[in-house]
Design a protein around this ligand. Structure first.
Ligand code: ZN
Length: 311
C-alpha cells in the first residue's frame, strides 16, 4: 500500500505509486478517460494508474458490492458456463487438493469446483467485500473475511491459489504474488487471470473499451505479466494462455463512444452472453465463435491472459 498521501482532492486522499512491475517512477499519461488517468512506465512499458484515489488504495471501494449481488451478475457468475475455461485449465494442473480463491466474491468458481468434483477438492475463499461473501456462504463455500495480506494462515499450505480477475484491481500486486508463494506448498500452482492489454478488443476499441475503468489499476500485456511474475523467484512459469472472446462487448463499446458503461448495463450484457452460451446458439455460429476464440488465443489476442505458476 502506498504510504505517502501527496494530494487531497474533494477531501479524498490520493496516493502516488511507482510502476507496479519494475518499480521505476518515470511515466507519462497514456490514456485519459474521464477522471481516469493511465500512465505508461518509461522503463518496462507497463500501463498503470500512478495516482490512486483513497477508496481504491484502501480497498474501501469494494465494500460497496452492489454490482456483484445484482440478480443478472449472480446468475451469470453461477452459470455452469461462466468458469468453464478456467476450470479446464485449472484441472489440467491441479486434479485435487486444497484450493484458496483470493478475491472470491460471491464464490462462483469455488462453487463449480466443489459441486462438480466433491471428492477432489477442499475449497476456501477470501475477500474483503463482505456482502458477496455472505452469498458464497449460503452456497456452502467456506470463506475468510479478512485481507489476504493480513490473514494468519499459520502452518496451513495450499495446493492451488487462484486470482480470477483480481490482480488488475490491486495497488500492490507484488505483495499478493509474494504472499501466494508463502502459502503455497512446494510444487503447488498459482493461477492468475487478468484482462489482456494486447487483445483484439483493446486494439479495435482503444480506451473506449469498458474494462479500461477506474477499478482497474494495472493493465498487463503478455510481456509485462511475464516480467511481473518473474519478480517472485519462488515461481516458475508453467503456462501462459490468452482466453475468452466477447464480440458483443467490442460492438457495444464501439457504439458507446467512451461514455462509460454502468454496472447494470455490464451485468445485462453478461446475462445475455451467458444465456447465448447456455442455449448452444445455432451450431454453426458456435463453431465459428470457438474457432475465432482459438485463433485469437493462438496469437495472444483474446480478451484475457491466464498465467499458471508453479512454486
Ligand atoms: Zn515499469
Amino acid at each position: 500500500m502506498p504510504q505517502a498521501a501527496v494530494e487531497f482532492v474533494n477531501s479524498e486522499p490520493q496516493f502516488h505509486r511507482p510502476c507496479p512491475v519494475c518499480e521505476h517512477d518515470e511515466s507519462e499519461v497514456f490514456w485519459s478517460k474521464g477522471e481516469l488517468k493511465v500512465n505508461r512506465c518509461a522503463h518496462c512499458f507497463m500501463l498503470y494508474v500512478a495516482d490512486l484515489s483513497g477508496e481504491f488504495a484502501s480497498g474501501k471501494h469494494y465494500e460497496k458490492a452492489d454490482f456483484h449481488l445484482s440478480p443478472d451478475k449472480l446468475n451469470s457468475d453461477y452459470s455452469p458456463v461462466r468458469f468453464e475455461r478456467e476450470l479446464r485449465i485449472f484441472r489440467s494442473f491441479c486434479a485435487s487438493g486444497k484450493v484458496l480463491d483470493v478475491g472470491c466474491s460471491t464464490g462462483g468458481f469455488l462453487f463449480q469446483l466443489q459441486s462438480r468434483f466433491p471428492e477432489g477438492y477442499a475449497v476456501i475463499g477470501i475477500d474483503i467485500a463482505t456482502a458477496p461473501l455472505g452469498h458464497a456462504e449460503k452456497q456452502g463455500i467456506s470463506v475468510i473475511r479478512e485481507p489476504f495480506l493480513k490473514h494468519d494462515f499459520g502452518t496451513e499450505r495450499f495446493d492451488a491459489i487462484t486470482f480470477w480477475a483480481v490482480m488488475e484491481h490491486l495497488p500492490n500486486p507484488k505483495k499478493f504474488l509474494s504472499r501466494a508463494a508463502d502459502v503455497l506448498r512446494s510444487g503447488g500452482h498459482c493461477f492468475i487471470l487478468v484482462p489482456n492489454l494486447r487483445s483484439l478488443a483493446v486494439r479495435i476499441v482503444g480506451k473506449r473499451y469498458r474494462y479500461i475503468m477506474p477499478e482497474h489499476l494495472n493493465y498487463f500485456s503478455p510481456e509485462t505479466l511475464l516480467r511481473f511474475v518473474q519478480t517472485e523467484p519462488r515461481f516458475r512459469v508453467a503456462a501462459l494462455q490468452s482466453t475468452h472472446f466477447n464480440p458483443l462487448v467490442i460492438l457495444q463499446d464501439l457504439k458507446n463512444r467512451g461514455e462509460g458503461v454502468d454496472d447494470a448495463a455490464r451485468a445485462r450484457l453478461l446475462k445475455k452472453t451467458t444465456a447465448m452460451k447456455e442455449s448452444g446458439w445455432l451450431l454453426g455460429a458456435k463453431i465459428v465463435y470457438r474457432a475465432c476464440e482459438q485463433v485469437l488465443g493462438h496469437f495472444t489476442l483474446a480478451d484475457n491472459l491466464l498465467i499458471v505458476l508453479q512454486r
